[in-house]
Write a protein that binds this ligand. Structure first.
Ligand code: DC
Length: 507
């Protein structure tokens, strides 16, 4: 169960989220504390906040972790140091909106937040939890309160009091200053380009100006209960049982003590999920997986070359096209040999490519794991698989390429109807990459109908010229993606027809 609580500063998110997490035995995730920690690290290291690259470097090289002490107070650690108090200082308040507006920082924090979300039921609070970090959260709440109420709560909090004690007196001068600061931050957080503070379309809005903490919690818990019963009746994971079990067995110790690094550094040797491999670049894979990859490459290269004597025309075009960043390689799909040829061609040129494969393979014994070990990224077809899109984007940005078969499944005859899956154009757009067409001929009858044993054959492939979005000369995201889909596949089929002409009788 993922509970996403978004809202502006001082709306009561933290108190409410923490309370619900404790009651339900869920993980509590204060995402604002993470942006604050990065800000503190920048300030302490005299990093100019305007230097976005330097700030992003700090974000990806800091270790942020949470742990709760015996009385359930959550502590925030930055590179092992307790910064729970320091991240609430005024200097952090003033700079954090600028830091959290940097896309690379948000990506880094978002990845870390999603990782934490994989560890169990979670209550996460922030600005973009229901919209960007966990768009599929079961319960989404957008918590608001008028600016005066929010300023008062912050003033009480800064005075060392409990923000929930609304009647505690504080200096009105201080409150005025906090109000001005809150209004300034609200404006920055809501108008920034990346992941601005907005309510998700399916979020339940709650105004906490005149409600107590208990009243707000009761409303949200009612939503959690309703969702749990709905899940149970639909036969999904029995959340209610899970919740009550956690609450009775370990009511107080549910907050995670795990330290999670924000670096995407080396992965541990054991226990990695397929998703871990997707989220990391190939050079970051554990040594075991990298050794496996080289053994697999050598064995498959020798076997496939002997069996099918495949050749690649114009492979130099790949070198040219990948000079600046990775490309999205698209190909017609006729046999299991196609990904092998494309993959090995890149390897032979000293380049890396990650095949995109359908996630059904993840359920087919060790196949999904093997594909992940060699760098494959699975995608849920027919949906906007944001995780896969983001992983593909990161791959292209890192200089590696992506291999996509837009036809989806192997096409065994020219009469078969073909549906083109256009996700590749979106990946190229997100990764600001070119699309490189390639075609294969001769592999279709490697295993003729009715046969399981592959036949030795000769196979030809040909690389085309890269296609950039600029050269399409079309405005508008959707229109550009549609045009790219069409042009790229036309080029693939044109290359295939050229090969068929050169090698008559082969398909
Ligand atoms: O919730 P908070 O005041 O501790 O958040 C600190 C800052 O971090 C705030 O200016 C908004 C930003 N933030 C964000 O941009 N996205 C989040 N998910 C959480 C916080």
């Amino acid at each position: 169960m993922i509970v996403a609580i978004d809202g502006p500063a001082g709306s009561g998110k933290s108190t409410v989220a923490r309370t619900i997490a404790q009651r339900r035995g869920f993980i509590y995730l204060d995402t604002g504390a993470m942006y604050r920690s990065v800000t503190l690290a920048c300030l302490d290291n005299q990093v100019d906040i305007a230097d976005t690259e330097a700030v992003a470097h700090i974000a990806s090289n800091s270790t942020i972790s949470f742990a709760s002490d015996n009385d359930q107070t959550q502590h925030v650690y930055l590179n092992g140091k307790d910064v729970t108090q320091a991240i609430r200082e005024e200097r952090v308040d003033s700079a954090v909106s600028l830091v959290s507006a940097i896309p690379a920082v948000r990506e880094c924090m978002g990845d870390l937040q999603r990782k934490l979300g994989e560890q169990g039921s979670i209550v996460a609070e922030g600005r973009d939890i229901g919209t960007v970090v966990f768009p599929h959260a079961e319960v989404k709440v957008f918590l608001t309160a008028n600016a005066e109420a929010r300023a008062h709560r912050r003033a009480v909090q800064r005075d060392g009091g409990n923000a929930a004690q609304a009647d505690k007196a504080v200096s009105s001068e201080e409150e005025k200053q906090i109000l001005a600061d809150i209004e300034r931050r609200d404006k920055m957080d809501s108008t920034r380009r990346v992941a601005p503070l907005t309510a998700a379309a399916d979020a339940v809005q709650i105004d906490s100006s005149n409600l107590t903490v208990d009243e707000v919690c009761a409303k949200i818990e009612a939503l959690i209960d309703a969702k749990s019963s709905q899940n149970s009746s639909e036969g999904k994971t029995p959340q209610k049982a899970e919740i009550s079990q956690q609450t009775t067995k370990q009511p107080a110790k549910a907050t995670p003590k795990k330290k999670v690094k924000t670096t995407s550094g080396p992965m541990p040797w054991w226990g990695n999920t397929i998703a871990d491999y997707h989220a990391h670049q190939i050079p970051e894979f554990p040594l075991g997986a990298r050794i496996f990859r080289w053994i697999a490459i050598s064995v498959v290269a020798i076997f496939s070359k002997l069996m099918w004597r495949w050749t690649v025309e114009d492979r130099q075009k790949i070198v040219e096209a990948t000079k600046e960043r990775g490309v999205v390689l698209v190909m017609n799909h006729v046999s299991m040999l196609d990904p092998i040829v494309a993959y090995l061609t890149f390897v032979a040129l000293g380049l890396r490519i990650r095949p995109i494969y359908k996630d059904e393979f993840n359920d087919q014994g060790p196949l999904g794991k093997i594909l992940a070990w060699v760098g494959g990224i699975s995608v849920r077809r027919g949906t906007a698989d944001l995780k896969a899109l983001r992983n593909a984007q990161h791959t292209l940005e890192s200089g590696d390429s992506i291999l996509v078969f837009p036809e989806g499944t192997r096409i065994k005859s020219d009469d078969e109807p073909v549906t083109i899956h256009g996700g590749f154009a979106l990946m190229a757009r997100m990764g600001k990459a070119k699309v490189l067409p390639m075609a294969i001929v001769g592999a279709r009858d490697i295993t003729p109908r009715g046969h399981h044993i592959p036949h030795p054959k000769k196979v030809w492939t040909k690389v085309g010229d890269p296609i950039s979005f600029e050269e399409l000369g079309i405005k508008g995201r959707k229109e550009q993606a549609e045009a790219m889909e069409k042009v790229a596949m036309e080029r693939v089929y044109a290359l295939r027809d050229e090969l068929r002409k050169e090698h008559p009788g082969h398909f």
